[in-house]
Design a protein around this ligand. Structure first.
Ligand code: FAD
Ligand code: SIN
Length: 527
């Protein structure tokens, strides 16, 4: 792997092109017309979790039927006592303004016949408050944001550019810039996959917007890009990380063996009245929670897990047969089509579903302004632990989180940015000592092994014994990967594997340290 003999200087380096990265890039590019903004993203420009979001974005839109207090209360209940109340209040109260802005940027949300916005309901919400675009809300948001970015002159967009590591004092030749105890971020090393070289990006401000790490599990709704790169990079740079044990499993992924990632059957379908039935066709949610199908996700996923284990079956069913078909098809055309393609006519047949990893509540600690513990490193979206979600995220609060924290970060930089000096003495990527004899299949084996370990031992129901097994096996994988990483030619696959192992290990360690069952963390030994 060659290191390019040039330093790429940019004012803002944005890593990731989902809702968090794109909205931040737009904001700072517009706030500072003379500044340079570079977005690097590792795949196609629109490939990200955001693109697959179905249900929508929650906001208190109509104060005659809903209130900030209720949205706050629902978020706190879902978070199982571990949310930061001040953060929840700030996000909920900012939501309408951020949504209006998203609409100004061209996002089309569905409307009712009278011209008002159609509001959906999802688990854990006491009111209809989810703005949506059919069942492809994320794709619509991504479309609108990308169009805005394309029309913004001072943004450079580089796809198939994979961020390997953040640049901090650790890499500097001269360490004189390091203030006692304070680490600063100066940009990132980025692999240009097309040119097969490592580029050095020096930046005054770096925004980490790399999303989650669903790929550590065998069954996940997350696309293959979700490998926890940002969390692992920040961890290596010694940023503060927390709440990694709180993994959200979505209760209703389509049970379709062999399909990967799992196709999601939106929670909004239960919001429209769909009923969960076990393998015998019996309803069961009333045995677990008074809110039945609309209890929060952790509760519904655990209830399904219990039914599966009790009955020894691979899936339960979602019954939509009683719902008005035309209304269903209008709101959920993508889901209707997907089911039909598998021979499931939802008027006559139940949809087979089972839980799948969906979201990580923990990550890089950020303040309300999106600041990490590393100077000039900001973070927003699923890569973060902001205090909004606590132990379990309320449905449709995630897209909102990305918008709000990216906005806050950009606003706080209006005063700060002019005072930040350009980094100097940034060393290029060190490509010495590399041989090229690695069998790629080793990476595939190891990647599959991480998934198996995490699904078997760090899933919906954990235990001390399971966590110890996971820890021991992940340590072995870590050693193997370190050897490969030190001596092989660098590739995206290899770096992703390193990050998958790191974040899997963090989830396991944080789980071992948690002494009380909360939200998305449940150990059979703590009951
Ligand atoms: P992402 O949208 O995942 O973007 C991350 C970006 O970083 C990508 O562009 C990726 O390629 C890039 N990247 C990652 N690593 C690197 C690297 N090393 N170098 C360069 N680039 C990198 N939430 C809701 O609120 N409402 C919903 O209805 C909803 N539905 C969902 C449905 C599905 C199927 C899924 C999977 C999630 C859903 N979520 C929903 C969750 C929500 O979509 C995500 O949490 C949110 O989109 C995260 O946005 P983000 O910008 O933080 O990350
Ligand atoms: C869904 O549509 O069920 C996903 C919503 C979310 O993840 O918030």
């Amino acid at each position: 792997m060659n290191a390019e003999k040039k330093i790429h200087k940019t004012d803002f380096l944005v890593i990731g092109s989902g809702i968090a990265g794109l909205s931040f890039a737009l904001k700072v590019a517009n706030n500072f017309k003379n500044a340079t903004v570079t977005i690097v993203t590792k795949n196609e420009k629109n490939e990200c979790n955001t693109k697959y979001a179905q249900g929508g974005i929650s906001t208190v839109w109509d104060k005659t039927v809903d209130s900030f207090e209720q949205h706050i209360e629902d978020t706190l209940i879902a978070g199982d006592g571990l949310c930061d109340e001040k953060v929840v209040k700030m996000v909920v109260e900012s939501a309408p303004d951020r949504l209006r802005e998203l609409i100004e940027w061209g996002t089309q949300f569905d409307k009712t016949k009278d011209g008002s916005y159609s509001l959906g309901r999802e688990g854990g919400h006491s009111q209809d408050r989810v703005l949506h675009h059919k069942d492809i809300t994320g794709a619509e948001i991504e479309r609108a944001l990308l169009q805005q970015v394309e029309n913004t002159e001072n943004i450079t967009f580089l796809n198939y550019h994979y961020a390997i590591d953040l640049i901090t004092e650790h890499q500097l030749k001269q360490k004189q810039t390091k203030r006692k105890g304070k680490i600063t971020c100066y940009g990132a090393y980025v692999l240009d996959e097309k040119k097969n070289c490592v580029k050095t990006f020096s930046a005054k401000v770096t925004m980490l917007a790399t999303g989650g790490n669903g790929q550590v599990y065998s069954t996940t709704t997350n696309p293959v890009i979700a490998t926890g790169d940002g969390i692992a990079m920040a961890y290596r740079a010694k940023a503060e990380i927390s709440d990694m044990e709180f993994i959200q499993f979505h209760p209703t992924a389509l049970y379709n063996p062999g399909e990967y990632p799992a196709f999601l059957i939106s929670e909004a379908v239960r919001g429209e009245g769909a009923i969960l039935r076990n393998y015998n066709g019996d309803r069961f949610m009333h045995n677990y929670d008074d809110r039945e199908e609309l209890a929060s996700r952790d509760i519904v996923a655990r209830a399904i897990d219990r039914e599966l284990k009790k009955n020894g079956t691979p899936n339960v069913y979602l019954d939509c047969t009683h719902i008005d078909y035309n209304a269903f098809k209008k709101h959920f055309p993508n889901i209707t089509e997907k089911c039909l393609s598998l021979g499931i006519d939802i008027r006559k047949k139940y949809i087979p579903v089972c839980p799948a990893q969906h979201y990580i509540c923990g990550g890089v600690n950020v303040s309300k302004k999106g600041k990490t513990s590393i100077k000039n490193l900001y973070a927003s979206g699923e890569v973060t632990r902001s205090g909004l979600h606590g132990a379990n995220r309320l449905a449709s609060n995630s897209l909102l989180e990305g918008l709000v924290f990216s906005h806050n970060a950009a606003e706080s930089l209006i005063k700060r940015f002019p005072k930040i000096k350009s980094p100097t003495n940034i060393p290029q990527w060190n490509d010495s000592g590399v041989v090229k004899n690695m069998e790629k299949i080793l990476i595939t084996h190891d990647r599959n092994e991480v998934k198996t370990i995490m699904s078997n031992y760090v899933g919906i129901v954990r235990s001390n014994e399971r966590l110890l097994r996971a820890e021991r096996r992940l340590k072995g994988l870590y050693e193997d990967n370190k050897r490969l990483y030190d001596y092989s030619e660098l590739s995206t696959d290899l770096c992703e594997l390193r990050n998958l192992i790191t974040t899997a290990y963090l989830i396991t360690q944080f789980s071992k340290n948690r002494k009380e069952n909360k939200g998305g963390f449940y150990s059979a030994d703590l009951v």
